[in-house]
Unconditional design. Structure first.
Length: 135
């Protein structure tokens, strides 16, 4: 599923939260979200690897002559690492036997998704740099 589909699903879940539902359903939703974010993160990691490889080739060919793309890649790597850490914290909290603070799992997942969104913005900036370099 794409990031947009995930965001739409998350929005629908938030609407259910406003209305209120039973705690058992909340636990199921949290469980599902933790693993959906893992899937979204995996897709972003694959895209990062492809872009990283392409940027390296373009630098070798002297098409990209400055370090802007490399800098954006470094920022993307940091964001992906932070997103994974947040998702892992949410998973640990979900799987622990302690009671979560109300909404903590979703707060961690929302932060993770926000970082993944920023990664995709960096990818778009890299794409724009490549287009400019090819002109």
């Amino acid at each position: 599923k794409s990031l947009d589909e995930y965001i739409e699903a998350k929005s629908k879940i938030t609407q259910f939260q406003i209305i209120g539902f039973n705690p058992g359903v909340k636990n199921i939703v949290d469980f599902s979200l933790v693993f959906q974010v893992k899937s979204v993160l995996r897709i972003a990691e694959v895209r990062y690897a492809k872009i990283h490889s392409d940027v390296g080739r373009l630098e070798d060919l002297k098409i990209l002559k400055d370090n802007r793309a490399r800098s954006l890649l470094s920022e993307s790597r940091l964001l992906l690492t932070a997103a994974a850490d947040l998702r892992n914290q949410a998973e640990d909290l979900l799987l622990s036997e302690s009671e979560e603070e109300d909404g903590e799992i979703r707060r961690l997942l929302n932060s993770s998704i926000t970082k993944i969104r920023l990664v995709y913005k960096k990818f778009l900036e890299i794409s724009q740099l490549v287009k400019e370099s090819l002109r």
